[in-house]
Design a protein around this ligand. Sequence first.
Ligand SMILES: C[S@@+](CC[C@H](N)C(=O)[O-])C[C@H]1O[C@@H](n2cnc3c(N)ncnc32)[C@H](O)[C@@H]1O
Length: 190
Amino acid sequence: MHADKWAIKAKQSGFKTRAVFKLEEILIKTNSLKGTQKILDIGSAPGGWSHYLKLKLPKSEIYAIDILEMEDIAGVNFFQKSIELIDEIPQINQLKGKFNLVISDIAPNITGINTVDIENIYELNLLTLRAAHRYVENNNGKFIIKTFQNSMFKGLRKEMGLLFKTVQTFKPAASKKQSAEIYLYGAKKQ
Ligand SMILES: C[S@@+](CC[C@H](N)C(=O)[O-])C[C@H]1O[C@@H](n2cnc3c(N)ncnc32)[C@H](O)[C@@H]1O
């Protein structure tokens, strides 16, 4: 499908952004919606992924966190805080080890200085990976993170392999070919 068609499809489906189709493809290929009740959405604003998941799984409990404000989404518990401070949110902290699915679309502000941007992405992704490891359930928990194909990517994938039994890389059809974005999927189970 041509890239712009995804935007039209999103509008027709009542979704906030075309980015939901990138997430959807990975969720389907990894069978990650089955049995999912508790979801943690990291870097959630403006709310496209949370909104999509609430529509797909109306009975799910969704907790979302971002440094920016996010419009209210019925049934989504949003906290305006940095991922660095996630453990300080009591409502989320008490759910350590209980989330079936953790998703992250987190991305730092781009400075334009390539080496700085690559380092910032890696640091933020590493923090997110470690938080996901603390919050996801140990038996069958799943984690999906958007990151970027760069010189630190292999290192990030390796770190993920230390915390998750299965690690897979995805480049969904809705992700523009020329974009460096790439997704990692981690599962606690083999
Ligand atoms: C690409 S957007 C997420 C889009 C979202 N998945 C959606 O579907 O609407 C990336 C988000 O990461 C957030 N972010 C960046 N640094 C963060 C941090 N330290 N803690 C939490 N969120 C952060 C940004 O504020 C931004 O809203």
